[in-house]
Design a binder for this molecule. Structure first.
Ligand SMILES: Nc1ncnc2c1ncn2[C@@H]1O[C@H](COP(=O)(O)OP(=O)(O)O)[C@@H](O)[C@H]1O
Ligand SMILES: C[C@@](O)(CCOP(=O)(O)O)CC(=O)O
Ligand SMILES: [Mg+2]
Length: 356
């Protein structure tokens, strides 16, 4: 259950344990084109970004020396940015019921359950009566990714926890296997999801996603154009709704099909643009269709207007409902752009550095 506990009060054999501390880092992502429509099987273009979630992973000496503790130890995941903790005994993981967790903790709970289930299905982790052989650990998570704003922080959290479980158990899974688990979690928590966020963060670089499959971007002219682009991530305002609510609302939109189709056509064109002007125009066209889907806001529309005037183009990125917009920068007008964004008042402006 979600107790508030403190690892330092837990002692093995009456002594304080030294512990091995490892840092687990996971990037975030921006969706250049195709959010929401990608859930309907259309194409999306996304790229991993060097804003990251850091997990401080603490394994106990007795684990490292392969001994058993005198008392059963809990797994503790300390979410500093939310000021919340998940604390659970290893033998309870397989019985995790998401309804026992508040919305903020469902991704964590679902990740623990689905990762252990996967490892057991693959015989990489065996059940034993005392603690299922699931080793306890403490993971302290901090993030320079603003939460719930379109940067895929949910996916970054999921992947950080999966990587931590693998580290503690000295296990290795392929990127494909980790993507499978992470996607299962996003789908279980959100009800509706594509592989975009989780795959982009796991594979890194810039990716094309279509029909829930990853495709490399073969068009080298586009890759070279993208490499020469500078994007700005603008955090417009706090989102009221989570991705889960936004994707489920879009699913009920009466014009969803035709708008998804129009977005899909834009994304197919994007890979073959010749310059930043064309790329920027398509970003604005994509944004206008997201606005029609009802996932933009007045503030986001204003930021896109400024991005269109003082950059090559702009669009909201991620599920919308507030959160981030991305602007394709025109170097000659960057200062005016920054001044106008600051005059408008935004929550944050970040350089968008692609993470390979
Ligand atoms: N730093 C963090 N610490 C704990 N939980 C986090 C953190 N960042 C994200 N989350 C989890 O992910 C959720 C936000 O995911 P979501 O609504 O999909 O937004 P996005 O993926 O666009 O950031 C949060 O409500 C929380 O459950
Ligand atoms: C809206 C969507 O296309 C992207 C969601 O991105 P985020 O959770 O807002 O970072 C949903 C999905 O692809 O799973
Ligand atoms: Mg998310």
């Amino acid at each position: 259950m979600n107790n508030i506990g403190n690892i330092n009060n837990i002692k093995y054999d009456g002594n304080n344990n030294d512990s091995k501390i490892t840092t687990i880092e996971t990037p975030s992502k921006v969706i250049l084109f195709g959010e929401h429509a990608v859930v309907g099987g259309y194409m999306a273009l996304s790229m991993a970004v060097d804003l990251k979630i850091s997990g401080l992973l603490e394994c106990y000496d007795y684990i490292i020396n392969n001994q058993q503790p005198t008392t059963p130890e809990p797994i503790i995941i300390d979410l500093i940015d939310l000021n919340k903790k998940v604390e659970i005994n290893p033998q309870d993981i397989l019985n995790i019921n998401l309804s026992n967790y508040d919305n903020d903790l469902k991704y964590v709970a679902s990740t623990l359950k689905n990762t252990v289930n996967y490892l057991m299905d693959k015989n990489l982790m065996k059940l034993n009566p005392i603690n299922n052989n699931i080793k306890p650990f403490k993971l302290t998570i901090t993030s320079n990714i603003p939460i719930s704003c379109g940067l895929g922080s949910s996916a970054s959290i999921i992947i950080t926890i999966i990587k931590s479980i693998l580290t503690v158990h000295n296990l290795i899974l392929s990127k494909e296997e980790i993507s499978k688990i992470a996607y299962t979690v996003e789908k279980e928590v959100q009800g509706i999801a594509s592989i975009t966020d989780t795959s982009t963060i796991i594979y890194g670089g810039a990716l094309k996603i279509k029909d829930n499959k990853i495709k490399p971007i073969e068009n080298n002219d586009f890759n070279n154009l993208l490499a020469g682009c500078q994007f700005l991530i603008v955090h417009s305002e706090r989102r009221i709704k989570k991705t889960a609510e936004l994707v489920n609302e879009v699913a009920k939109h009466p014009q969803k099909r035709q708008i998804f189709k129009q977005i899909g056509e834009i994304v197919e064109k994007a890979e073959f643009v010749k310059n930043k002007e064309e790329l920027g125009k398509l970003m604005v066209e994509n944004h206008k269709l997201l606005n029609k889907l009802g996932v933009s806001t007045e503030k986001l529309n204003k930021i896109v207007e400024i991005g269109q005037k003082l950059g090559y183009g702009a669009k909201l990125s991620g599920a919308g409902g507030g959160g981030i917009a991305i602007i394709l920068i025109n170097e000659n007008k960057k200062e005016d752009l920054l001044n106008e964004l600051n005059d408008l008042g935004v929550l944050g402006i970040y350089d968008c550095i692609i993470k390979y």
